[in-house]
Design a protein around this ligand. Structure first.
Ligand code: HEM
Length: 414
């Protein structure tokens, strides 16, 4: 049993953001960082894992092999708000949800990750830059030729990374409504387990079919590369489909949210937006990408882990079988690392942020995400200098119910 609290003053997690500050982490969470390096929090299922508040402790824990990403391990904190424990607080046995290597430990994690690292190396990603620039320009042309106002999410933020990752994987973009809808369900923290499993079943089934087609007629894409691994026995066919699903979801949901939420943050900080509109310096654009990643930290529900051996974190002994949450959103606002951390400053040195996580699970797609965001932030506001919000901030639907933060819609005019 996870030491469920004797006391009732354990704060609930996740916490609510302040309505007027949609870009800042929840105020109660930020206050915790000032109070303590590590504290228990209560999840909706009644469990009370440890929450690590400081940047340095978070990085140390994420790099520690005694800290596991294996979701079936005792104590692993549930990512869903709908999970319920039995009345005695005992964590039910959780099955591997089959979402690829992100929820596995080494050596199996490393073995599978290595199969797909080559296409995400910087050189290969840089070679894609002109094609991504063309996608951005074409989408902007189409948006400008269409109705004004428009929803930036639908017209630009979602199609851009979806087109890029579909092409890289060898998934037909024509199926985008299907894979986007199912991804949305999978990353929603308030759906039931049955709904989530249904959406995962749909996507894995779809990718399994695609792997089957590529076995007959391989192309020059990542999924076809995995077919070779299936054929020589390194990977099961379902394993290939699961890796495909992980890359498909991670490849479009995250970047899409950074594009839309980043644009909203810039529209709300016109002095910073102006810097991007007036610069021709790729270094400033790259620095803007890092700062927006730090400031917005869209994977806002913490990196979740289970502890395998007793260990000390932030002066506290954490026992084997207990859960850990590294709240990287407040790690990125740690004043010991980033001066005046709540200020959006595109010129600051922010590349050491933890928006891509840290340790062996650090984001595989970070070079791709960086390149896409550099193209977008370096293009969109110059091409549409009059871009403005076409709704009240209060009417913008924020993704409080998703493990990746952002906006469902962003009405813009020009
Ligand atoms: C701005 C965009 C992105 C953000 C903020 C982001 C964030 C993250 C974070 C925080 C992790 C660590 C998860 C953990 O430690 O538990 C991660 C892992 C991962 N990301 Fe990203 N990501 C982004 C874009 C992408 C893209 C474009 C891809 C391309 C397919 C991708 C693929 C992955 C994969 C495969 C993992 C798992 C790595 C592993 O377990 O070894 N991500 N990402």
């Amino acid at each position: 049993m996870t030491d469920t609290a004797e006391t009732t003053d354990i704060p609930e997690y996740p916490m609510e953001r302040a309505a007027k500050c949609p870009f800042n982490p929840p105020p109660k969470l930020q206050a915790l960082q000032e109070e303590t390096p590590i504290t228990r929090v209560r999840l909706s299922d009644g469990s009370t894992p440890w929450l690590v508040t400081g940047y340095a402790d978070q990085k140390a824990a994420l790099a520690d092999p005694r800290v596991s990403s294996d979701v079936t391990r005792k104590g692993y904190p549930s990512p869903r708000a709908t999970d319920q424990f039995d009345t005695d607080g005992e964590q039910p046995e959780r099955k591997d949800p089959g979402i690829g290597f992100i929820l596995m430990d080494d050596p199996e994690h490393a073995r599978l990750r290595r199969m797909v690292t080559a296409p995400f190396m910087i050189k290969r990603i840089e070679a894609m830059r002109p094609a991504v620039q063309k996608i951005a320009d074409d989408l902007i042309d189409a948006m400008l030729a269409g109705p004004n106002p428009a929803d930036l999410v639908e017209a630009f933020a979602l199609p851009l990374p979806s087109l890029v990752i579909s092409d890289l994987l060898g998934v037909p973009y024509a199926d985008h409504d299907f894979f986007q809808e199912n991804s949305k369900v999978i990353i929603n923290t308030e759906v039931t387990e049955a709904q989530r499993n249904g959406a995962m079943g749909n996507l894995v089934g779809y990718l399994d079919n695609l792997v089957g087609e590529k076995m007959k007629a391989p192309g020059d894409d990542l999924l076809s590369g995995l077919v070779g691994r299936v054929e020589n026995g390194e990977l099961t066919r379902i394993g290939a489909a699961q890796i495909g699903m992980l890359l498909l979801i991670a490849g479009h949901e995250t970047t899409a949210n950074m594009i839309a939420l980043g644009t909203l943050a810039l529209l709300e900080h016109p002095d910073q937006l102006k810097l991007l509109q007036e610069t021709d310096d790729p270094k400033l654009v790259a620095s803007a990408v890092e700062e927006l990643l730090r400031y917005l930290h869209i994977t806002h529900n913490g990196r979740r882990r289970a502890v395998l051996e007793d260990m000390e974190i932030g002066g506290q002994t954490v026992k084997a079988g207990e859960g850990l949450i590294m709240a990287n959103d407040i790690g990125n606002r740690d004043p010991r690392v980033f001066a005046d951390p709540d200020r959006l400053d595109l010129t600051r040195e922010a590349r050491n942020h933890v928006a891509f996580g840290f340790g062996v699970h650090q984001c595989l797609g970070q070079s791709l995400a960086r390149m896409e965001l550099q193209v977008v932030y370096g293009t969109l506001y110059k091409r549409i200098p009059t871009l403005a919000l076409a709704a009240d901030m209060a009417a913008i639907p924020f993704k409080h119910d998703a493990s990746v933060y952002g906006v469902y819609e962003l009405p813009v005019t020009w």
